[in-house]
Design a protein around this ligand. Structure first.
Ligand code: KG4
Ligand code: ZN
Length: 342
């Protein structure tokens, strides 16, 4: 079956066509993503109104391109799926309305997908991964450790109690005068910095619960920077390196606890899998820490290709295909939800 997917929950407009065979194997026929980074860059973050308008302008064209690249006219699509939440409400409305209209026009089933479920199921599209597995989702909007037990069975083991990890990178970059998005800029600056120069906090480290917290770390960065003004390039590099070291330490603590808990819960699985997703998963220093942890705990470390880790529509189309294969479908009355926990 072939599913057309649409994603408009944040600052990427995306459309894709994905195929799922009878054995449950997935294949991406097209995957078009238009990033709005340049439009939001002057504001140092995503401006919801600008995002919604850009989705309206770009979406029709992107859907046409996704169908064309997949060599699949709309009438040969078996279902249409769109992100219904969580996310910025203006963008969600644009994507959902478009998908409903296409489904109605083509007379095909419609699937409303939770964006987080899209991230959670991506490893089944790329690697045909069997349930259960662990997912660490670290993006600009989300920081969650999720136990993926099965389709529709997601247990949130931990989440951030304040800022998302990508947001902490973005805010740190902003207050050091680095460009947006902050993650790649901080990672680059950290390469020439001394991670031991500043002792920044490791929030919630050592606590039994699996939640994350990053706002205290951001405040400590602000405090450190304000005491050094004017900042030299070396100061900026040292702060970035110290920040990244604190993040790595915190992640390692939370993740190793999660791996140990998974082992206790599923002793019969020889080599379980930890999947990482979200824009922050691109960070090489953090990835190295996670890979080492996985090796130590006997876990397989699985990071889908970058284009499928960040926001995209292939993951939404795939989630729709999994729903369809499971006999699920949604009514055209379904409304977008800016908040929608898994
Ligand atoms: O998944 P994503 O593309 O979009 C959503 O948040 O939905 O993630 C973007 C986030 C931004 O906060 C960005 O700063 C962060 O991912 N990011 C990184 C890196 N590349 C992107 N953070 C740390 N290191 C990176 N190399
Ligand atoms: Zn996302």
């Amino acid at each position: 079956m072939r599913v057309l997917g649409i994603e408009t929950s944040c600052d990427e407009t995306a459309a894709a066509v994905v195929e799922r065979d009878e054995q449950g194997h997935g294949r991406i026929l097209s995957n078009v993503v238009l990033s709005q980074i340049a439009e939001h860059e002057p504001y140092g973050g995503v401006v919801p109104e600008i995002a919604a308008r850009s989705h309206v302008e770009a979406l029709d064209r992107l859907v046409a391109r996704a169908l064309e690249e997949a060599d699949t006219p709309l009438k040969e699509i078996d279902a249409v799926a769109a992100t219904a939440g969580p996310g910025l409400i203006g963008g969600l409305i644009v994507g959902l309305m478009t998908a409903k209209a296409l489904a109605m026009a083509a007379g095909k089933p419609f699937h409303a997908v939770n964006h987080l479920e899209g991230h959670a199921l991506t490893a089944r599209l790329t690697d045909n991964l069997a349930f259960p597995y662990l997912l660490l989702l670290v993006s600009g909007g989300h920081t969650q450790m999720i136990l993926v037990r099965g389709l529709g069975q997601y247990e949130r083991l931990g989440t951030t109690i304040d800022d998302a990890l990508g947001e902490a990178f973005d805010k740190t970059a902003k207050l050091l005068g680095l460009p947006y998005p902050g993650g790649p800029a901080v990672e680059k600056a950290a390469l020439s910095g001394d991670p031991a120069r500043f002792a920044l906090p490791r929030p919630l480290k050592g606590e039994a619960r699996l939640d994350f917290s990053f706002s205290g770390l951001k405040t400590a960065v602000r405090q450190t920077a304000s005491e050094l003004v004017p900042l030299s390039d070396q100061d900026v590099a040292d702060i970035c390196a110290s920040f990244q070291a604190a993040v790595a330490d915190t992640l390692a603590d939370r993740v190793s606890r999660s791996l140990a808990r998974f082992r206790e819960q599923f002793p019969e699985i020889g080599e379980p899998t930890l999947v990482v997703a979200g824009g922050v998963a691109a960070n090489k220093a953090l990835r190295a820490v996670l890979e080492t942890l996985c090796a130590r705990h006997g876990f397989r470390f699985l990071a889908p290709p970058h284009i499928l880790c960040t926001d995209n529509a292939a993951m939404i189309a795939w989630a729709g295909a999994e729903h369809a294969a499971n006999g699920q479908g949604d009514s055209l009355d379904i409304a977008p939800r800016s908040r929608w926990p898994l």
